[in-house]
Design a protein around this ligand. Structure first.
Ligand code: NAD
Length: 418
């Protein structure tokens, strides 16, 4: 796995080019985040494997013994298009590190980097059959992987609708627990005492990174009333400054959305937000490019305000560069608004009052709240969401490895037993 991580780094340019072609993400994001994280995922779990295979001993006066972890055999992984190499490696690495053989299905929309990775496996020294890629659509290959009786675990990342479907199919198989990482509609909460410039930049990054196509993106922005106008003005100005352009241009900060169908979906939500009474603050339209990107699927970063908390724009995952601004009166209302969602993946809280920050994150129904930052990740911590964002499992080191393993508790009489 470490050899494979090195090979990914050695083929950085090839992988970056493939990811930009397939996904429309910016070169800067592919080279700075997506491909390096692919290598980091493999390294973290490879390191963790050394400890994971050691038995955990226990001893009481009556009993002593150890708990060991065992591979489950053949497991399946199914990953999405939004961060293709990052999510593909995030799923295969723990499955491999726990000692399993893996059938991995990347998204049919973005298969290139997973394919390239498969061409490095021999050189990395992977034994044949340990990591197997199956390319194809969800309805065909995904369905077969999910239902195959010889596959004993499914780790899935994608939409909540697909996750629900896979969960039900796995239940029919009875012996196939799924790990489901699903959608999000995450809140960013800004208190009056926040460092304003840091909060503006952080909230903007949370809303628009990778064209708003990250499950952790913060698309519901709640701002304390006393600073609402000031914050809105600064956020709109900063958002209007985002450079939309050819993803290959190093100056570009905002590339293309994934597909024509997804573009249509995002545009339909822009229409809906207007119908629901939203006031457009910036963006709100497709960007018509010229040259190489003419006819491409570009949407200008968009902010709305004035939308009711219950409306579809505020409740449904758009998964594009669209966020809403809503004022709140006090801490209690901020938490109430933030928790008013069927999703519970992540949140960001911006305040200089740490006591308040801890109080607020304690009451947020999300798996990953951030304080004064967004998407700052330590891979050796649990990753996953509450409510419709997950099904109770977590990824990360060592949680994901435990999902892909069976525990064995070996017990003997303790030294005190006569
Ligand atoms: P999707 O659910 O359409 O597809 C995800 C994967 O599932 C693809 O590989 C697809 O081929 C496969 N699939 C589709 N139907 C299937 C079926 N019937 N059986 C088996 N497999 C099937 O999701 P998407 O559009 O590729 O990705 C976007 C979604 O992913 C968003 O909702 C986003 O929030 C979510 N996401 C979540 C996380 C997280 O960690 N929680 C991370 C990234 C993306």
């Amino acid at each position: 796995m470490i050899n494979l991580a090195e090979l990914l780094e050695g083929h950085l340019e090839e992988l970056v080019q493939a990811e930009v072609d397939d996904n429309g993400m910016t070169r800067a994001f592919a080279a700075g985040v997506e491909v390096p994280r692919g290598a980091a995922n493999l390294r973290s779990f490879a390191r963790a494997a050394l400890e994971f295979c050691l038995p955990r001993e226990f001893a009481t006066p009556e009993a002593r013994g150890y708990v060991s972890q065992h591979p489950v055999g053949v497991v399946g992984t199914i990953s999405p298009w939004n961060l293709p190499l990052l999510s593909f490696t995030w799923k295969i690495a723990p499955a491999l590190a726990a000692g399993n053989a893996v059938i991995a299905k990347p998204s049919e929309v973005t298969p290139k980097t997973a394919y390239l990775l498969s061409t490095y496996l021999n050189q990395a020294g992977f034994p044949p059959g340990v990591l197997n890629l199956l390319h194809g659509t969800g309805n065909s290959v995904g369905e077969l992987v999910t239902r195959h009786p010889a596959i004993s675990r499914i780790s899935f990342t994608g939409s909540t609708a697909t996750g629900r479907h896979i969960g039900l199919a796995c239940a029919e198989g009875f012996k196939k627990p799924p790990l489901l990482e699903m959608g999000g509609k995450n809140p960013s909460i800004v208190f009056a005492d926040a460092d304003l410039s840091k909060a503006v930049e952080g909230v903007k990054r949370a809303a628009f990174t990778n064209q708003g196509q990250v499950c952790l993106c913060g698309s519901r922005i709640y701002i304390e009333k006393s600073i609402y106008n000031r914050f809105r003005e600064a956020l709109v100005a900063s958002t209007e400054g985002i450079v939309v352009g050819d993803p290959l241009d190093p100056q570009t900060q905002h590339g293309a959305t994934i597909s024509g169908a997804h573009l249509e979906k995002i545009l339909s939500y822009l229409e809906l937000a207007r119908e629901e009474g939203g006031r457009l603050l910036c963006g709100g339209e497709q960007v018509n490019m010229v040259g190489r990107c003419a006819g491409g699927y570009f949407v200008r970063p968009t902010l709305f305000e004035g939308l009711p908390v219950d409306c579809r724009t505020n409740q449904e995952e758009i998964f594009g560069p669209v966020a809403t601004l809503t004022p709140f009166q006090d801490e209690e209302e901020a938490v109430e608004l933030a928790n008013h969602s069927s999703y519970g993946l992540s949140a960001t809280v911006w305040t200089e009052d740490m006591e308040r920050a801890f109080r607020v994150v304690d009451t947020l129904d999300v798996g990953m709240p951030w304080i004064n930052c967004w998407n700052l990740r330590v891979l050796e911590t649990p990753f996953g969401g509450f409510k419709n964002s997950g099904n109770g499992h977590r990824e990360g080191v060592p949680d994901a490895m435990e999902f892909f393993a069976e525990k064995k508790t070996v017990t003997m009489p303790g030294l005190m037993v006569r």
